[in-house]
Write a protein of this length. Structure first.
Length: 665
């Protein structure tokens, strides 16, 4: 950079700065200067050299402050600022499937996303972030709001196997993602992307199709991988592979992948990620808060992975403060390796800048102050009370000062793509008070929605699944018996036609609620017993059993109501934490079940041996019914069937197992 000719014109010169380039050689210039033309860095170097080589319309004296690349938030869900503080101190599945997704299905719209994004962008700018990687619904609105404000972002349109707020099916969201990418590709600030949410919320088809789309348009693919140990265990059980090899098999890594979390991966999986140049976003706060575990960050960096740092969504953090994330990333890595030399400050700051940009596959554009890259930078004041004094002996001091002492509030100026977004901590782009008023309005409506939902077990159940309420009525009679042989013998007689026979081991857990009108929720595991007595497949079902019996027929035949029947897709632990029952009762029984025709009516016959608690043998006959007239007829036939099966009427019970257990204990 010699100045033997007349100075080159540029738009802006930042002088009298401590310039931290965060380039691969970690050049530091003090006093340093930066020359900017349009959206591009024209020169970065010692002040005297830059000043003599460039002439600017505007010169800004940085008063010795730090000029460095803006921070890169490598994984977040910006519209979730509107859900911040909605549900906390819960496990990931209960938090996500029990609260976030039901609320999102109800409230998330383009307007919601726009408002949440605007609030997030203000928060990001204030904490020195110039570039972020997002994943949400209606990503079009995220991109629009972000571009208007002027931040740089990778915006990934979510695709998952459940109906989403912006799509009824995955085919629909895939088509929307295609259009979204076509519209935004080539934008100066927004890099469009596609986000198969996570392997456990997608299918093989979704993973393959989203990867193919990302390859077709040469855009990054943003996803969550190996966030919890449970996810890895389930992947092994379901696919016979842990998460990274499984998604590799689905050809995910043919795309330019940005993978959030990667908490539970081993050495060989790191190598797979590295070989495919996949970026990783480490989310220390989110992993700590959801107790997901500790990502092997130091090892990933040694393997050569591009590991950035992200805040994750503000509903699981609960903020977007990258200074806090840097400190945590560094401290956690030291603690879990028992080695305070791990993740030194300079490495951590690199993760939050250049490596983060590389993880997002935007390393050619941003992440360091290098000639030709975009002018994405911040000015940091390190002369505050909590950052003083400053030592010069060790060149690493400056990085430690930033990572271990600086706070988001020390960011004075923010520039993205050559444009100031914040000067002297003032942002004039949006009316912050008005945005917060609107956010509070949403909070109020969401509060009301959840208060209403939490009132009823049924509505909580419906919120979990997309299936609707299903009412079914059953005529049922139950008899305690001493000898099952009579029943087995009667079943051989010609008056009965056996349509099907099954044998299960049944594990029932009943959730009891303080308010008896809520009914009782039964979680049932049916373990099929094969003809050769081997344990077969297991079926999990959830039934909400109505509180009151509809009717008694003579002979103690009941008409009872089950209000909701659904496959149980989650663990018993999940339902326990989600429904918070006041008590629980477990019953284990061995059940022989026949579907039969008797006097032209279809019945189920259950011959049960109740093992836990040990209650002995029971005979049950049941038939589904739709009308009172039909119920009366079936009750009559049920009485005959019970007698036909050899049970005497003085042993009749009108109680269900739950009542029996409650009486005996
Ligand atoms: Zn996330």
């Amino acid at each position: 950079m010699t100045a033997n000719t007349s100075p080159t014109p540029c738009d802006l010169l930042l002088v009298n700065a401590l310039v931290l380039t965060m380039d691969e050689e970690y050049h530091v210039y003090e006093p340093g200067a930066v020359a900017i033309r349009g959206d591009t860095l024209l020169a970065v170097g010692p002040e005297a050299e830059v000043r003599s080589a460039y002439h600017a319309a505007e010169v800004v004296d940085c008063q010795g402050r730090v000029v460095m690349p803006g921070l890169v938030n490598a994984h977040t869900h910006v519209p979730m600022t509107l859900l911040r503080g909605l549900a906390d101190d819960l496990r990931l599945d209960v938090w996500l499937l029990g609260y976030m997704m039901p609320v999102e299905r109800q409230f998330v719209s383009p307007e919601f996303v726009r408002l949440g994004t605007q609030i997030a962008c203000l928060e990001l700018i204030r904490s020195g972030v110039t570039c972020f990687a997002d994943m949400y619904y209606f990503e079009e609105s995220v991109a629009q709001a972000t571009a208007e404000i002027g931040l740089r972002a990778l915006c990934a349109q979510t695709v998952l196997k459940f109906p989403a707020p912006d799509a009824e099916s995955y085919e629909e969201s895939l088509a929307a993602a295609r259009e979204f990418i076509q519209r935004w590709k080539g934008h100066p600030l927004i890099v469009p992307s596609i986000a198969p949410h996570a392997p456990y919320t997608c299918t093989d088809d979704i993973l393959r199709a989203t990867a193919a789309l990302a390859v077709e348009f040469d855009v990054p693919l943003h996803t969550h991988l190996a966030e919890t140990a449970t996810e890895v265990d389930n992947s092994r059980a379901e696919h016979g592979l842990s998460v990274i090899p499984y998604v590799q098999q689905q050809r995910l890594f043919e795309a330019k992948v940005l993978a959030a979390h990667c908490v539970h991966i081993d050495e060989s999986e790191m190598v797979i990620l590295q070989r495919h140049k996949a970026g990783v976003a480490h989310n220390p706060s989110s992993n700590l808060k959801l107790a997901s575990g500790f990502a092997p960050v130091a090892r990933m960096l040694e393997v050569g992975l591009h590991v950035g740092i992200g805040t994750d969504g503000p509903a699981s953090n609960n903020d977007l403060d990258m200074f806090e994330e840097m400190r945590l990333a560094s401290f956690i890595a030291k603690s879990v390796t028992n080695d305070p030399t791990q993740l030194p400050a300079r490495t951590t700051l690199t993760m939050a800048t250049r490596l983060g940009a590389c993880a997002m596959h935007l390393g050619h554009l941003t992440g360091s102050l290098e000639v030709g890259k975009r002018a994405d930078l911040i000015v940091l004041d390190l002369s505050t009370l909590h950052t003083s004094p400053r030592f010069h002996r060790d060149p690493q001091n400056i990085y430690a000062q930033i990572v271990y002492t600086a706070k988001a509030s020390d960011v004075q100026e923010v520039m993205v793509n050559g444009k100031w977004l914040m000067r002297n901590r003032r942002i004039d782009l949006l009316d912050e008070r008005e945005l917060l008023r609107q956010a509070q309005e949403y909070a109020h409506r969401i509060d009301l929605f959840l208060i209403q939902r939490e009132k009823s077990v049924l509505s909580k159940l419906i919120a979990l699944s997309t299936a609707t309420e299903e009412e079914s009525f059953e005529v049922q009679a139950k008899v305690r018996i001493s000898d099952p042989e009579n029943v087995l013998a009667a079943l051989q007689r010609p008056e009965i036609e056996i349509l099907r026979q099954r044998h299960y081991h049944q594990f029932d857990t009943y959730f009891i609620f303080e308010d008896p009108t809520q009914g009782v929720l039964r979680y049932r595991e049916d373990e099929f017993v094969e003809a050769d007595q081997r344990a077969g497949p297991v079926r999990y079902r959830l039934t909400l059993i109505g509180p009151a019996r509809e009717h008694h027929f003579p002979g103690d035949v009941l008409l009872s109501r089950s209000r909701y029947l659904a496959p149980a897709n989650h663990s018993l632990r999940f339902y326990r934490e989600y429904f918070k029952p006041s008590a629980e009762i477990s019953i284990v029984k061995d059940r022989l079940r026949w579907r039969v025709l008797f006097h032209g009516t279809e019945f189920f016959i259950n011959l049960d041996r109740v093992e836990e608690p040990n209650l002995g043998y029971f005979l049950e006959v049941k038939s589904r019914t739709w009308s009172r007239r039909d119920a009366e007829h079936k009750a009559h036939v049920a009485t005959q069937l019970i007698e036909f099966l050899g049970a005497s009427s003085d042993e009749w019970l009108n109680k269900d197992y739950l009542e029996l257990v409650q009486q005996t204990t």
